[in-house]
Design a protein around this ligand. Structure first.
Ligand SMILES: *Cc1c(COP(=O)(O)O)cnc(C)c1O
Length: 400
């Protein structure tokens, strides 16, 4: 049990709390699901990039899937070895590509022919070879929210099967490009196994056809996207997930790479916020809290559902919206939920707040980012200080 009252007194609110024992448990259960094969778990840094979270995962043996050079540097700083780091993303700047090559990370995941050209040019300039993988878009509907669906041709991600094949042949003949991986990632918060299994089959078939051409791919990267329970969703069983992927790889000697983000950290995190007051407009009840959409934007951005519960307050419940102080009607955490009568200082906890919450936070309305705390074996510690007003204006002050 997490002592939310104690933590609110000690660190103040709004506050992010991550249970590191849960992060460990999730990492190990996924690693175990893949036990029958060589596997590498590359945690998707964008889900939660706090250095202490990355350090914890690095100690467990995790690699990192990064979508900017900033994330690559975070991973390295947290102790994740360079040979376990992948650099993905649909748009990489020249300086990011150059640094990734110089830092000798495992591979750069490229997503277009134009990007192939840039990487080859930059590697040639450095007189180095860039290890790459190609993100294949299998044109499969992941059946998730359109904003987090990435596996259809209409999405901006990856290249189609034919183009991928052409690029692998080009890579084989290039002095500066070494194709070692093949990749797909069809979306996030996937709760149905079939689209993943279908994609794995399609991409494995491409891999086999490359083998015939003497292009030897060593890493089969199945992306991330494993869904978690926010409400009452049924989710994917890890054993079935791994077995279905293995089934598509019969007879192939490859290392399976998996890039989970949400699965590892999502349900390990909590966002704690204090009630400022209640108000009623035309008999509609609002609970106004000290956290806002700048701290946690998922409900506003994707109408995402997060469970919101009162901490140690009982009594008769009634319908209300839980809203923040930011000057936007979209600034809410929950709509039409039942909560007991609340008073100033009571605490609410927003659940499943470990992934895509703090990392999407901003300073909108000149609000400092929240403090982050880790709990491990019952002991709490600060892993990021609350941002002060001085932090907010630091880069402007010197320009005044
Ligand atoms: C975002 C992302 C992931 C992680 O997705 P989750 O749904 O958090 O598991 C993995 N791989 C790539 C390429 C991504 O863009």
């Amino acid at each position: 049990m997490i002592k939310f009252n104690h933590l609110a007194k000690k660190y103040n609110t709004p506050l992010y709390i991550y249970n590191f024992n849960d992060i460990e448990k999730n990492y190990i259960s996924l690693k175990n699901a893949f036990v029958a094969r060589k596997s590498l778990i590359c945690y998707a840094v964008k889900a939660n990039s706090n250095l202490s979270v990355l350090k914890k995962l690095s100690q467990l043996g995790s690699g990192a899937d990064c979508v900017s050079i900033g994330e690559v540097k975070r991973a390295l700083k947290a102790g994740i070895p360079k040979y376990k780091i992948i650099f993905s993303g649909v748009g990489k700047r020249d300086d990011e590509i150059e640094e990734a090559i110089l830092r000798d990370i495992l591979m750069i995941n490229l997503e277009s022919e134009a990007e192939f050209d840039r990487i080859e040019l930059i590697a040639a300039k450095l007189n180095l070879t860039a290890r790459i993988s190609i993100r294949v878009n299998p044109n499969i509907d992941a059946k998730t929210h359109p904003y987090i669906s990435t596996g259809l041709n209409e999405n901006k991600f990856g290249v189609d099967i034919e183009k991928a094949k052409q690029l692998y042949i080009r890579a084989k003949n290039s002095k500066y490009i070494d194709p070692i991986g093949i990749h797909f990632h069809i979306g996030s918060q996937l709760t149905d196994l079939k689209p993943i299994t279908d994609s794995a089959k399609i991409v494995a078939k491409l891999l086999k056809s490359l083998k015939v051409l003497d292009i030897d791919i060593k890493f089969f990267d199945v992306g991330g996207g494993i869904g978690i329970q926010y409400d009452d969703e049924t989710t994917i069983k890890l054993y079935d997930y791994a077995q279905n992927i293995f089934a598509s790889l019969k007879g192939l000697d490859v290392t399976v790479v998996c890039e989970p983000g949400r699965y590892i950290v999502g349900n390990s995190g909590y966002f704690l916020t204090s009630v400022l007051y209640e108000k009623e407009n035309n008999s509609k009840r609002f609970v106004v809290v000290d956290g806002g959409m700048n701290d946690l934007i998922r409900p506003s951005l994707y109408k995402a559902y997060h469970k919101v519960e009162a901490v140690e307050v009982e009594g008769e419940v009634s319908r209300c919206d839980v809203v923040g102080p930011v000057c936007e009607s979209g600034d809410f955490f929950a709509k039409d939920i039942d909560l007991p009568k609340l008073k100033h200082g009571d605490l609410l906890v927003v659940k499943s707040a470990g992934a895509y919450c703090f990392t999407m936070s901003s300073n909108y309305n000149s609000r400092g980012r929240a403090c982050e705390v880790a709990i491990e074996d019952g002991v709490d510690r600060k892993i990021r200080a609350r941002e002060s007003f001085e932090d907010l204006i630091k880069l402007e002050k010197e320009c005044l």
